[in-house]
Write a protein that binds this ligand. Structure first.
Ligand code: SAM
Length: 288
């Protein structure tokens, strides 16, 4: 029978994404690699052993690689790659390197000249964005600083950007973070709470930031579990030239018929005549 499985390759580091809740999200390629890798480095070997048990995978050797030993563990894994072993790396959940260890390992392995290959799969940021309805650019920040002063300073820097913003947040900080989001970004921007994605109590809730604290307070469950927060872009600001065109049109409308006022305002300001005509209708309170 044709076997389409893709085993782990010797001398290659495989960065393997794992489910963020629903075990059915583990990909076929991830299964192939985890079944066959000589070494599986894991952020938490017990968590990964649990995942492997659910899939009846008799795994290769499990070894820890986390924030506190990443550099030293990377050196050992490079030795293994040099011996021609196949190596996989998994974090606790989702995609390694995304608010998880993995970046230092990847840099060290690349510097040592070995091949690295991604085995893509779930990530909370991509999962949340897929249902957020954001049309333009977005910036993924990950976790905001835990200390309030640093958090607000970071938010003030981010507030000047025109993009949607995506954050990870833990349940014990969700309320204070939402308070700061409102204080710094204002109540008009939208927020989508993506809670417990792919899990039994998955919940998506979108509202203006002004209403976010009330939603959190309305039900204890709203503050439980894991969160991705997607903040919509800042509301479009009228620029200075719009404001000037508006001012001139309003003066001309006091003296001239609507069409003539729109025409003259367009000539004076360089703004589009149709846009000024529509604005004039609004100012005169006439339906187009
Ligand atoms: N590497 C992971 C990824 O690719 O999404 C993220 C790891 S980070 C340490 C954990 C954070 O991701 C959580 O605190 C939460 O903000 C977010 N997260 C992870 N799983 C989630 C889920 N099922 N629903 C909502 N957010 C989740």
């Amino acid at each position: 029978m044709f076997d389409a499985s893709q085993p782990a390759r010797p001398g290659v580091l495989h960065i393997v994404a794992t489910p963020i809740g629903n075990l059915r999200d583990l990909s076929q390629r991830a299964l192939d690699v985890l079944k066959t890798a000589d070494i599986i480095a894991a952020e938490d070997t017990r968590t990964t052993q649990g995942l492997l048990n659910t899939q009846q995978i008799q795994a290769g050797k499990l070894t820890p690689l986390h924030d506190h030993n990443e550099q030293a563990a990377a050196v050992r894994l490079i030795d293994a790659l040099r011996e021609g072993k196949s190596v996989a790396y998994v974090s606790d959940a989702g995609t390694p390197g995304i608010s998880d260890p993995g970046a230092r390992l990847v840099n060290a392995v690349r510097a040592a000249g070995f091949e690295i290959t991604p085995i893509p799969g779930p990530s909370a940021v991509a999962t949340a964005l897929s249902v957020a309805g954001i049309e333009g650019a977005w910036l993924f920040y990950g976790f905001l600083p835990a200390k309030p002063a640093a958090r607000r300073k970071t938010l003030q820097e981010l507030a000047t950007r025109p993009d949607a913003l995506v954050f990870y947040e833990a349940p014990h900080r969700i309320e204070e973070t939402v308070d700061d989001l409102l204080a710094v970004l204002g109540g008009e921007r939208s927020i989508m709470f993506a809670r417990e994605l792919t899990k039994k109590f998955e919940q998506l809730h979108a509202c203006p930031l002004a209403a976010a604290a009330a939603w959190l307070a309305a039900d204890d469950n709203h503050r439980r579990g894991e969160f991705v927060l997607v903040i919509g872009p800042p509301p479009a600001q009228a620029d200075d030239s719009d404001v000037e065109a508006h001012r001139i049109l309003a003066i001309l409308l006091e003296e001239l018929p609507l069409k003539q006022a729109a025409h003259l305002a367009a000539r004076i300001t360089g703004a589009r005549k149709n846009a000024l005509y529509d604005l004039a209708l609004t100012l005169k309170n006439i339906d187009a």
